[in-house]
Design a protein around this ligand. Structure first.
Ligand SMILES: Cc1cc2nc3c(=O)[nH]c(=O)nc-3n(C[C@H](O)[C@H](O)[C@H](O)COP(=O)(O)OP(=O)(O)OC[C@H]3O[C@@H](n4cnc5c(N)ncnc54)[C@H](O)[C@@H]3O)c2cc1C
Length: 550
């Protein structure tokens, strides 16, 4: 359907004619290929999300309200997205209005004393972090990288990453929110709603932060978030990171109060014990199992390539022949990366002693070859800034995660080897990149100071090759089957299957209900149904906000 001219004009009057388009060429650039990394869905060859009715770029909260009110008057679906990194930010139904929030890109305030920033949707991680560092503060960036919107993950999605350990999750960090409800009314949560500023996301009364976010974020299905405050945390480094090196091997010298290591362990139990001891001791600034996303067999060779500007992927096979590379690869099977940051040099010296004691108690070791200056200076910048996320896609052009065991350190480590072996067998069939089975990436500590870990088994494939795409999906189906048999539950390979089906459109209700009824806690989706009825009476979102009728 083309949007009726009078509605197109009315919308154009709200945002200005330069900020609206229904040109088919523009609209097609706002569709998402489900053969690509659709994030926990598919992949489906040659399938795209439906074309929107128009795309609008609002510039103010008032404009967003006016758009949403018009949508309610004419029962038009709408979906906002800020940096558009995955299929969940794109419509599931024809004729949806797409709100591209990039014009609202101001950092409105950095409150140094109370350690928070007030931001609009278009503020990306790199910008917020650079500004925060000037004030001796830092922001948690989602693992998807510094080009992603901070508001999008804080209000509407997930956001695991290396700084979870010290900086918490985005939903921990979310303070006051300015929320254009699905009806167009404006709602301000927590202290903001009481006229007391942005410092608290909760109260008085029940948690509206919980209502706004729902189960893993409302993913654009419950109105539009136009501003929010996020908690910042201490940055004991320089106001700007001096960047050296030749693209893409950028690196930054380690400040005197920083240490950066790759460590490895003789067993998964030792790995888990070390995680608990790190949390108990209260050390560490960033911690992540990051390089393993390249695969157990390939990670050190990839690090060699990425830190040497004269090397390319074409050198991979030759580098893998090198006996030193083979030794380090073997040595760092069960590894993770960790950055210690001291508030003073004495502090970092103490942290290092404590960390050495943890390694001694668990039998772990620092992987010396990974601690060469050109590698650990690169690693510091990589983990802090997360500016290398194109590398997720480097092998075949696409990836998605399998299993995604989430839980305490000794939960995932109990099953990690089995999940790795299972993938390794499937890799032999040729559809997905052969990387060693264990490509499990994730944070060490899913909340400030400890908590859960995540083991997302990266599965790389070629989105332009039908056999590779179909073979990947077959592998994901097998993962789900195994997860159910082993009691791990449905893995992240199917997290969004209840929202969108193989045709790129909303999953039929009967299938959605089946999925929700078979989940461990269907009542969560029943509550969300009631919330949707109350706040979104015309149901102008999509099924990424998961609901189940009584
Ligand atoms: C290569 C790659 C690597 C990734 N790695 C990680 C990782 O390590 N850790 C992790 O947690 N995730 C990871 N992801 C998933 C990632 O978190 C999400 O895909 C990403 O955060 C969402 O993209 P975005 O930040 O561009 O937000 P968007 O796509 O803009 O939005 C995310 C969701 O929020 C909604 N939304 C956005 N802005 C608004 C708004 N103003 N109001 C209302 N709703 C809004 C959108 O509709 C969408 O559903 C990865 C994704 C990719 C593609």
């Amino acid at each position: 359907m083309t949007l009726p001219r009078h509605l197109y004009k009315a919308l154009g009057d709200i945002v200005g004619q330069a900020n609206i388009s229904d040109d088919p060429a523009v609209l097609d650039s706002y569709r998402y290929s489900l053969a690509h990394t659709a994030i926990h869905l598919g992949p489906y060859y040659d399938t795209f999300t439906p074309r929107g009715a128009a795309v609008l770029l609002p510039g103010t909260t008032e404009e967003v309200q006016a758009i949403v009110r018009l949508c309610n008057q004419h029962t038009i679906r709408f979906k906002a997205s800020s940096t558009f990194w995955s299929a969940q930010g794109y419509p599931s139904e024809d004729d949806t209005l797409q709100l591209d929030m990039r014009r609202m890109d101001r950092i409105l305030e950095i409150d140094e004393k109370n350690m928070y920033a007030v931001i609009e949707p278009g503020v990306i991680g790199a910008t917020l972090q650079a500004e925060a560092m000037k004030a001796g503060l830092n922001a948690h960036l989602p693992g998807s990288g510094c080009s992603c919107s901070i508001l999008a993950t804080a209000t509407s999605y997930f956001g695991s990453g290396p700084s979870n350990l010290y900086g918490g999750w985005q939903y921990d960090n979310l303070l006051g929110i300015e929320w254009v409800l699905p009806t167009g009314d404006l709602f301000r949560t927590g202290s903001l709603g009481s006229g007391c500023g942005w410092f608290c996301g909760e109260g008085p009364g029940p948690s509206m932060k919980g209502v706004a976010r729902g189960f893993l974020g409302a993913k654009g299905a419950m109105g539009v978030f136009t501003q929010c405050a996020v908690k910042l945390f201490a940055w004991p480094g320089p106001p700007t990171l001096p960047v050296e090196g030749i693209v893409p091997a950028y690196r930054t010298p380690l400040p005197r109060n920083f240490r950066a290591y790759t460590v490895a362990f003789p067993t998964w139990k030792a790995w888990a014990d070390a995680a608990y001891l790190i949390w108990e001791t209260g050390i560490g600034y960033l911690a992540h199992r990051q390089y393993t996303m390249f695969g157990r067999d390939l990670k050190f060779a990839m690090v060699k390539i990425l830190t040497d500007p004269t090397k390319t992927l074409g050198d991979l096979e030759e580098i893998l022949e090198d006996p030193q590379v083979q030794r380090v690869t073997e040595e760092s099977k069960r590894d993770f990366q960790i950055v210690l940051a001291g508030m003073t040099t004495r502090d970092v010296e103490w942290q290092e002693k404590a960390f050495d004691e943890i390694l001694a108690r668990t039998g772990g070791w620092k992987v010396e070859a990974m601690n060469e200056p050109e590698i650990n200076q690169w690693m510091l910048l990589y983990l802090i800034r997360l500016g290398h996320k194109n590398l997720n896609l480097v092998f075949g052009g696409s990836y998605d995660g399998a299993f995604g065991l989430v839980g305490p350190a000794d939960y995932g480590t109990t099953y990690a080897e089995e999940a790795a072996e299972f993938k390794k067998e499937w890799e032999k069939r040729g559809a997905v990149v052969q990387a060693g089975g264990d490509c499990m990436m994730g944070p060490i500590g899913g909340m400030g100071g400890g908590g859960t870990c995540l083991w997302e088994n990266f599965t790389c494939f070629d989105p332009y090759d039908r056999e590779s795409v179909d073979g990947t999906r077959e592998f994901f189906d097998a993962c789900t089957q195994l997860g159910l048999e082993r009691g791990w539950g449905v893995g992240m390979e199917k997290w969004n299957a209840q929202a969108r089906g193989p045709d790129g459109r909303t999953t039929p209700k009967a299938e959605r209900d089946r999925i929700h009824l078979s989940s461990p806690q269907p009542s969560a989706f029943r509550y969300q149904h009631k919330i949707r009825e109350a706040l979104n009476p015309n149901n102008l979102g999509d099924e990424y906000y998961e609901t189940l009728e009584d």
